[in-house]
Design a protein around this ligand. Structure first.
Ligand code: ISE
Length: 324
C-alpha cells in the first residue's frame, strides 16, 4: 500500500536494469513508490508501468525530472544520456541514484563533481552496487579491523558467460573492469595511480576483434598491486572473485557461481536501493543525502577507465590523471 509520505521516484530508462529497479521499489523496498516511468520505447514503458501501480509514463526525461510528483530519480538510461540528466537533477535539487557510468568521460564527470560541490550538499549516488554486497562488506571489515594485516595484493576474477552484442574491448574496461576499479578503491581505501592492460592470446570463442580475455594490473597510491582477469565470453557462468592478501593472512570471496550478474548481486541491488531510499528520507532533514558511493567515486572510476583504455590501445603502463 502506498503511504502518503512515500518517496516518489521516477525511473529513467526501463531496460533490464531500470525494469529491475521498478520491480524492486514496487515489491521490496519500503518508503518509496514509482510514480513516473520514462523510456523512449513506449511499449516497454507501458509493460513496466502496468506492474507498478500508480505510475504514469512521461516521454521527455527532462519533464520527468521537474515533475511535481517526483521527489527523486533513478537513472538507468544509456550512459551517454547521463551527463545532461544528472545536471538537470542537480538544477532541480532532486536526489539521484545513477547507474554507472556517472558520465562517459572523466572531464564531464569532474564537471558534475564541481557542480555538486557548488550546491553544498550531496545529491548523487553512483550505482556501484558491490559496496552493498554482504561478502564485500565482510571483506572490507576484515581489512579495516586489521584481521589480515596490511593488505599487499589483490587478485580479482571477472568472468561473464557471454558479452552483449557489439561489446568491444574498450567496453571490457568501461563496463566490466570498472567494477573491479571501484571494488579496489572501496576495499583498499586509496586511489589507483596507474593501469597496465595485457592482452593474452584471445579465446577462439571471442567475436572477431575482441581482446578477450584481458589481464589488467592496477597500482595504488601506496604501491599495492591488483591483478584482474576480465574474461567476458567464457561460455560457462558468471564468476566474480576477489582475494585480498595481507601481511597476516588472506581472504577470498565470490565462490558462488550464477548465470549472470543480476543473480549474483541480487542482494546487493536490493540493499543499495533500501539504503538509498533511507538516505534520501534522512537527507530531507539533514541536507546530506548520500552514504553510498558518490560523484567523486564516479569520476575516479572514469579517470582510471580512461587510462585503462589508453593502455589497451598502446600496450603501455598509463598513469591515471586525477584532479586534486
Ligand atoms: C555489466 O554492465 C555489469 O555491470 C556487470 O556487473 C558486469 O559483470 C558486466 O561485464 C557488464 O557488462
Amino acid at each position: 500500500m502506498p503511504q502518503p509520505e512515500d518517496l516518489r521516484v521516477a525511473v529513467l530508462g526501463v531496460g533490464a536494469m531500470g525494469g529491475d529497479h521498478v520491480g524492486r521499489i514496487t515489491e521490496r523496498v519500503g518508503g518509496a513508490r514509482v510514480t513516473v516511468i520514462c523510456d523512449p520505447d513506449l511499449e516497454r514503458a507501458e509493460k513496466i508501468s502496468a506492474a507498478a501501480p500508480g505510475s504514469r509514463i512521461v516521454v521527455d526525461p527532462f519533464a520527468a525530472i521537474t515533475a511535481d510528483d517526483v521527489d527523486a530519480l533513478v537513472l538507468a538510461s544509456p550512459g551517454p544520456a547521463h551527463e545532461r540528466q544528472v545536471l538537470a537533477c542537480l538544477d532541480a535539487g532532486k536526489p539521484v541514484l545513477c547507474e554507472k557510468p556517472l558520465t562517459t568521460s572523466p572531464q564531464s564527470a569532474l564537471a558534475i563533481v564541481e557542480r555538486e560541490a557548488a550546491l553544498g550538499h550531496t545529491l548523487i549516488q553512483v550505482g556501484f552496487m558491490r559496496r552493498f554486497d554482504d561478502e564485500y562488506v565482510r571483506l572490507k571489515g576484515l581489512i579495516d579491523d586489521s584481521s589480515l594485516g596490511t593488505p599487499l595484493l589483490m587478485h580479482c576474477v571477472h568472468r561473464n558467460p557471454a558479452a552483449r552484442p557489439h561489446f568491444d574491448s574498450a567496453m571490457m574496461i568501461r563496463d566490466s573492469l570498472v567494477h573491479e576499479i571501484d571494488a579496489t578503491r572501496f576495499l583498499l581505501g586509496e586511489e589507483i595511480t596507474a593501469v597496465t592492460v595485457l592482452r593474452p592470446t584471445p579465446s577462439s570463442r571471442a567475436p572477431d576483434g575482441l581482446q578477450d580475455p584481458l589481464l589488467v594490473i592496477l597500482e595504488t597510491e601506496t604501491g599495492r598491486l591488483v591483478d584482474v582477469e576480465v574474461f567476458v565470453n567464457t561460455g560457462v557462468a558468471y564468476e566474480v572473485r576477489t582475494e585480498v592478501v595481507g601481511e597476516r593472512g588472506s581472504a577470498l570471496i565470490g565462490l558462488e557461481v550464477t548465470p549472470g550478474f543480476r543473480e549474483r548481486f541480487a542482494q546487493a541491488y536490493d540493499t543499495e536501493m533500501v539504503r538509498w531510499v533511507q538516505a534520501v528520507h534522512r537527507g530531507a532533514q539533514t541536507g546530506d543525502h548520500t552514504d553510498g558511493p558518490g560523484v567523486w567515486d564516479g569520476y575516479a572510476a572514469a579517470a582510471v577507465c580512461e587510462a585503462g583504455v589508453r593502455s589497451l590501445e598502446t600496450g603501455d603502463r598509463v598513469e591515471v590523471d586525477l584532479a586534486t
